[in-house]
Design a protein around this ligand. Sequence first.
Ligand code: GLN
Ligand code: ZN
Length: 756
Amino acid sequence: MDYSIIGFPRIGAHRELKFATEKYFRGEISAEELKNTVVAQREAQWKLQKDAGVSYIPSNDYSLYDGVLDAAFMLNAIPVRYASTGLSDLDVYFAMAHGYQGEKGDVKAFTMKKWFNTNYHYMVPELDDDMTIKLRPEALVDAFRQAEALGIKTKPVVVGPFTFLKLAKTTGSKTKADFLPAILNAYEELLGVCNSLGAEWLQLDEPSLVTDLTADEIALFVSIYEKLLAKKGSLRVLAQTYFGDVRDCYKELCALDFDAIGLDFVEGKRSAELVAANGFPADKILFAGVVNGKNIWRCNYKTALDKVNALRAYAKQIVLNTSCSLLHVPYTISNESKLDSNVIKFFAFAVEKLVELKELGRLAELKEYQSDSAYVANQELLTKDNSRTDADVQSQIAALTDADFKRPQPRKERQDLQRKVLNLPLLPTTTIGSFPQTAEVRQNRAKFRKGEISEETYRAKAKDFIRQCVALQEEIGLDVLVHGEFERNDMVEFFGENLDGYVFTENAWVQSYGTRGVKPPIVFADVKRKKSITTDYISYANSLTKKDVKGMLTGPVTILNWSFPREDVSLQEMMYQIGLAIRGEVMELEAAGVRVIQIDEAALREKLPLRRADWHEEYLDFAIKAFRLCSAKVKPETQIHTHMCYSEFEDIIPEIDSMDADVITFEASRSKLTILDSLKENNFETEVGPGVYDIHSPRVPSVEEIEVGVKKMLEKIPVENLWINPDCGLKTRGETETVASLKNLVQAARELRKTL
Ligand code: GLN
Ligand code: ZN
């Protein structure tokens, strides 16, 4: 059976693209040298795909920065502020990507947004009144020709017009509809270009089709493609969807004149059902996404082949496919030298997924594949191995009852008690957790990691930092203190490293945006707290002051959302396991006399399902419970805080309130405080600390400015519920501006208290 991929990671086996691009930005290499890297990288990955026998090898999936930005550039959707700089094409492209400041101008970058339900971020295209949309196919043509010269006929990949338009924003008086005719023209021309290039296929990515669509949107999608496909000539067009199912428009999609349709049978819960209920057009090829493009686990061949075999009853021609672009997985496991072979054997990164497709393609042709040795070995590994199960964790999870998820005292009672015990002033001041990470702080961690200093020396030094940090906060006059998080490189990694069941890689980078990569840890087995994680540092900090120091933890939802999850157990199960581990830490902190404990859920929103109808059942119901699991057993007078890195939770305010924390701090300084109205409307009960200044900038806010901001907050939030704090952790900030800003913050709170 033929097999295909939707796209391949472009950062390179050793992040070559990142390093070359950054060198180019710093002026260390020329445009030509950058181009050479790109050419070499593309060649290397096409060859890998060719060697693996991939039947539909993509081109133009390789991007210098981002695929949506590429589409904008291809359409000449270049806002005037960039076009007018007179920069070269390449530099205009990069100016759109990350801004430009130099002799030719000073322009900000496009904004960035989360790419559907992934941790990848795309550049949001801007449509301004003065731009002229027209096709600029050079990049696509260039890639196609390069592959052709290597003897590889590729399938060019472009973001489709419907998704492009949906993701773009208009910045002038024209509407999206005003841009449609020109955009359609450009895509029509693109079909012509592909035809004359001799391309056999064009893949148009339309992931927006898996989101909730209105009737108008469906009609728009249909009208776009009725027009476009009339012009395809002998070119064949693949409509590629991913990240879910197309339940709102399956029939319309099938009725259009596409030559092939790509559906996701991994994340698309209803994909199989849609095909079974409605059939699949006999004249089209079904690209069946059965190999998970988003996760690092070996494919379960039984699951994949069962899906394919069921589809055979409806689709005459099937091509095996990944569920989405391999952009979302690391390059290859051969870069991992430190992982145990008993761990590695479970993983398939991008390169290894090509091998799996090949094997699946072969197995799919066999009548008796169940006795094939590759199949048998795959099933042995994925179904018979129980080395990842921990009986102790299992029984703890099984024993959970409602009481494990519910603090017995109502919030109001807790609030009264906490006020008495903690003895805080009105408008209490605090920070989110981390303090500036100076070179010395980072050096201490690096030296310890490299084995240059003993653990004892390392910890002693960390405690020095804590002592200075506590003294500094007392001097500034904050009410609830923190220890500063000097032992943490990253809020998830730090906890993962201290939990059984977590695995860390050396080189498994995944593009987060542009040149930026992340290396998510992997939930490999049942998760358990192996030792005390934070109590030593926190109680030390607590012993240094009469004020309360917040115990600082990362919550289970965030820990899981920034990791590669297992595929053999549910998200809920993993969140509860991590929740139990964090609960262990919470209880230990409380026993050590810590009276305020913050459980950060910076990434709570991250994995919210794309479709609203799925929000609760498939995510929120257990995510919120996982949080509550951490804190349900503390005494009523112990104050539980949480923190979120954004304020876009207007649509889930009751759910956030039902986390049943006592205090929540979040970002509000940049989002113009509209969130406050929603809090008021929803009678939000949790005490709140909407950030009073933006820590993403070095700017020092004045006392007056903070006072004005807080006064606005007081119009919407009862004074006894309001906290005064910055909007996120201070670790990326410099010390001078931090001290100045916090002093002003404390001063503002003092001034305001006088007026109450
Ligand atoms: N407590 C963490 C800190 O202050 C929270 C970080 C975050 O929200 N991303 O650094
Ligand atoms: Zn934050």
